[in-house]
Design a protein around this ligand. Sequence first.
Ligand code: SAH
Ligand code: NI
Length: 453
Amino acid sequence: MIQKNDVIRVTITDLSHDGMGVAKADGLVFFVDNALPGEVIDMRVLKVNKRLAYGKVEAFIETSPHRVDTLDRVYLRSGIADLGHLAYDQQLLFKRQQVKNVLHKTAHIEGVEVLETLGMEQPFAYRNKAQVPVRRVNGQLEIGFFRKGSHDLMPLEDFLIQDKEIDRLLVFVRDLLRRYAVKPYDEQAGTGLIRQLVVRRGHYTGEMMLVLVTTRPKIFRIEAMIADIVAAFPAVTSIIQNINDQKTNAIYGREFRTLYGKDAIEDEMLGNRYAISAQSFYQVNTEMAEKLYQTAIDFSELTEEDVVIDAYSGIGTIGLSFAKKVKVVYGVEVVARAVEDAKKNAERNGITNAYYVHGDAEDVMKKWQAEGIEPSVILVDPPRKGLSERFIKASASMNPKKITYISCNPATMARDIKLYEELGYKLQKVQPVDLFPQTHHVECVVLLQRSKE
Ligand code: SAH
Ligand code: NI
């Protein structure tokens, strides 16, 4: 029997969906951080459950030719770049294989080709958004990242995959908070003022938004700090405060206050201009999100006859990208502020045939159906948990010719495709797109087509 603390020699045979090395020994499946397929390691056993077990690398006996060892281990341990130790071309293959596996295992689909993952030329410094916790470490206020699976802050200045200008602003604000002796949040004690810094930077416009997440409304000497920030970073056009006094992992509390400038920044995607407020979702990798949207548009083969539903529409970035090519777009989104943004975004881009509704997608689909709306294409872009059975049934009963599904979680996507196939839709095309280089996250767009006439 293998026990905790044993050291055994194993060969890594696979990578789990979240980028851990997989090894089999003694009828158990072990997950090992920082271990790649083909590698032989001496593994120390960390934990053994019924059939699952965890180990860590004690020594590498043989390493993979695909290993990248220039990357500081800090990024692996922080989860910022949990695939950063794998060569980028292999990351792209891994993501394609993930999608294939899950379609096969969950949806029992085989005949459909999964296209090669679209990747980035420069797969670093791509994130247009940072969410960084602020804590005290060794007596000093620090920004950084939590160690994987914990709330221990690892201080960092270079976040590797974030826009370098964002990192520069973060370090500047950190130094300012130190200088003004602002107290960092202490989770255990529930004390301190500043919890998180959130920064967004428009990929094309360079406009920056800084959000200070605090436990209380009052920030001592905030006017002086704002003056310092905008003097050093004229591109900061918006400074927002969010108040979160709850013991929670959620970043934002309910209340947002604009401390300086506008309450939204602007950016561009596929030629349209967008206002993006703090609470709205906006794809973090603009360059690849444009490729993702373009793929979805191409898959849908839109014409001026098309009536399109854009479900989970956020600030409207997908629907508005093709609105001028189709008859009408109906969008639905659950975050009220994002719906306001979407309406304004339609207007600012001179689009008059896109309508946005605030609500739960399931309910609004039912309402649209009752109103007699007959979509020819339904485009969905749900969060990680995917679609509900109710949504899938409601959408299939509207009988669109095509359903274009954008997913950030292949497992729930495959589950949903299976149900669509049972309801008379057939999977036609699958395109993984790498929105999150150096991490295990897989984004994908698929086309389903109605098989009955
Ligand atoms: N299509 C947009 C947003 C995609 S993210 C874009 O590409 O930018 C998913 C969106 O679904 C988020 O904006 C989230 O607020 C929204 N959402 C989550 N649950 C929802 C629900 N039940 N009904 C409608 N929208 C929902
Ligand atoms: Ni995951």
